[in-house]
Design a protein around this ligand. Structure first.
Ligand code: SAH
Length: 212
């Protein structure tokens, strides 16, 4: 997702330190202090404009959600949306998912969501894919024992790559869906922006759920 740099983005972020964190290192091991209730923390890496994480937080008040995004203008758009309602169990974090071990203590996170991650189709860009082994290592470290990764995409190439990558890492698959929207799992599905767009075009949505 590429968006033009918006001048209002930096100001909006600076004006809402209660909802968005810019230097997450200080909160390592203390993320639950950002929420009214101490409860399991679920994160989304590459949260985009926030539709998924906002609706998940509203649907599951028994968990604390953190949406992480590397592009400032994109997370500012998510912030704008998040501020329209009172969602106490939602926080946003402007950061690079590659540095999650600097941001979260070992075992601090209960679940990692990856949705419609950039496919990086060229082999020489494999290391940038969010399901590359270096990212899996990071997720494993910050997750609770046997912590879960949930991944959705419309991109068959990235999905097949991810199945192999997670399998080679020794992860166990709980579920694999090759056409999520026509499966029973769809009943509880919370759509992302990309998912909405791609499924309108009739593209099947792939999903995997796996744990370490
Ligand atoms: N999850 C959203 C957006 C998908 S686009 C949806 O499904 O609609 C992928 C997003 O991941 C982009 O906004 C991109 O900026 C972000 N991203 C890519 N690499 C990242 C990284 N290393 N850390 C955090 N966010 C990242």
């Amino acid at each position: 997702m590429r968006v033009r740099n918006k001048p209002w983005a930096a100001d909006l972020i600076a004006n809402h330190p209660e909802k968005i964190v810019e230097s997450g290192q200080q909160l390592k091991g203390k993320w639950n202090s950002r929420f009214p209730k101490e409860q399991p923390i679920f994160i989304e890496v590459g949260t985009g404009k926030g539709q998924f994480i906002i609706n998940m937080a509203k649907k599951y008040p028994q968990y604390n959600f953190i949406g992480i995004e590397i592009q400032k203008t994109v997370i500012a758009i998510a912030l704008k949306k998040a501020l329209e309602e009172e969602i106490p169990n939602l926080q946003l974090l402007y950061a690079d998912g590659a540095n999650l071990t600097d941001l979260f203590e070992d075992g601090e996170v209960s679940k990692v969501f990856l949705n419609f991650s950039d496919p990086w189709p060229k082999t020489r860009h494999e290391k940038r894919r969010l399901t590359f082994k270096s990212f899996l290592k990071v997720y494993k470290q910050i997750l609770i024992a046997h912590g879960t990764v949930e991944f959705k995409t419309d991109n068959q190439g990235l999905f097949e790559y991810s199945l192999v990558s997670l399998n080679n890492f020794g992860m166990t698959f709980d579920n694999v869906f090759l056409d999520l929207h026509h499966s029973p799992e769809n009943e509880d599905n919370v759509e992302t922006e990309y998912e909405h767009k791609f499924s309108l075009k009739g593209q099947p949505i792939f999903k995997l759920v796996a744990h370490f």
